[in-house]
Design a binder for this molecule. Structure first.
Ligand SMILES: *Cc1c(COP(=O)(O)O)cnc(C)c1O
Length: 396
């Protein structure tokens, strides 16, 4: 089979789309005004920022005044969590509820707060990668300042019962934030209907550039200022606005949220074919609930192999994919997400995440289904772990 190039790592980042780039381009050259300036060039930039804000708000069912532009999804998460913590600490509320399998932008922010006098409860996820709203209810205390639970998981793609969780929070009169970086543009979101108080999103996961994000903050919630300085972002986040990036984000959100069900209808059958095809390899398992997951996500553990070797071999075959282990400071840490759903360390090490979009063709799917089993077979032939497994010996 002829070698192909297939980008199957859209959960890591996406390409800036041509439409988004076209929207941005004038803002690098002719339309370079500072949005705070009084003359037309500046006023136009301000108007373009506000138009982008309207687009983001419309896509989420929010009001434009409730949207703040940030530099990324991580910044939005940090602002929502640390800002709420600071605000609520004044009322003696120093407890936060989150889940064990959040993105590090949330987990590490919570760990930081733990070092500064806050208590954090990490609710578990079940073996299918789902959070039970009742666990959230049981974790909430008198002094709970915030519940922050991700909308869709970035590794295993499971979509959480956000509306139910938000309802529990409201019943208990606790603020609810969700990291929706993986969900925006892939599932229908309406912050008002779903009772979401704060929501983070990021541009580069939906075909805008890297380094732009937004935070929705429901009217009535007054977060402390994130950056002190000028009056940008209603005085809350100072710094001359990144007009091209903001305009690009507005267009990207508008496009991504305009045809969610059509995209899902195109991608889901391909995703399912990939799941069924890869699961034909012996000693594999699908991670995360099969149905309650993002249309383009699949995450499969393949026993007896190392994720890193698999990724390198797939790369040699033109396939960009991701794994459940992250190489940090030279040591291989198995993913906290895969451990949280009950996988053993050695199984979590050999996981494959593919995150596909509409550009992946049926021929691409065939190609992946041809390459992956071959590569797995080769890696297993070379694997001492696999040899021991096959002999029924204990392997650690
Ligand atoms: C990518 C991602 C982030 C971080 O977004 P950045 O814009 O890269 O900072 C946060 N949460 C989730 C779930 C993500 O997938």
């Amino acid at each position: 089979m002829e070698k192909r190039f297939i980008y199957a790592d859209n959960a890591a980042t996406t390409a800036v789309s041509e439409e988004v780039l076209n929207a941005m381009m004038p803002h690098f050259t002719k339309a370079y005004g500072n949005a705070s300036s009084i003359y037309k060039l500046g006023r136009d930039a301000q108007a373009d920022i506000e138009e982008a804000r309207e687009k983001v708000a419309a896509a989420l069912g929010a009001d434009a005044k409730e949207i703040f532009f940030t530099s990324c999804g991580s910044e939005s998460d940090n602002w929502a969590i640390k800002g709420t913590a600071e605000m609520m600490a004044k009322k003696g509320k120093k407890h936060i509820v989150t889940s064990v399998f959040e993105h590090h932008a949330v987990l590490h922010t919570c760990e930081y707060l733990e070092k500064h006098g806050f208590e954090v409860t990490y609710v578990p996820v079940d073996e299918k990668g789902m959070i039970n709203p009742e666990d959230v209810r049981n974790a909430i205390r008198e002094d709970t300042a915030l519940v922050t639970i991700m909308y869709a998981n970035n590794e295993i793609g499971t979509i959480q019962p956000i509306e139910e969780i938000a309802a529990v929070c409201h019943e208990k009169k606790v603020l609810f934030h969700t990291d929706a970086v993986q969900a925006v543009g892939h599932v229908e979101i309406n912050v008002k209907k779903q009772g979401i108080d704060m929501l983070s999103l990021s541009g580069h996961k939906i075909h805008a550039q890297k380094g732009i994000g937004a935070l929705y903050v429901r009217k009535g919630i007054v977060l402390p200022n994130l950056i002190h300085g000028g009056g940008q972002e209603r005085g809350k986040r100072a710094g001359t606005e990144n007009v091209p990036a903001i305009v690009g984000l507005g267009r990207a959100v508008e496009i991504a949220c305009s045809n969610i069900s059509e995209k899902a209808a195109l991608i889901t059958p391909k995703r399912n074919r990939l799941i069924d095809g890869i699961l034909k390899i012996p000693y594999t398992r699908l991670n995360g609930d099969r149905d309650r997951r993002l249309p383009g996500n699949l995450n499969i553990s393949i026993e007896g192999i190392e994720g890193e070797s698999l990724l390198l071999m797939l790369d040699m075959n033109g396939i960009c994919a991701s794994s459940g282990s992250a190489c940090t400071s030279g040591s291989l840490d198995p993913s906290h997400v895969l451990l949280s759903i009950g996988l053993k360390h050695e199984v979590a090490h050999g996981s494959l995440r593919l995150s596909i979009e509409e550009d992946v063709t049926d021929e691409d799917v065939n190609y992946i289904l041809e390459v992956v089993p071959k590569v797995v077979e080769r890696l297993r032939e070379m694997s001492p772990v696999w040899e021991k497994m096959m002999k029924g010996e204990k392997y650690e």
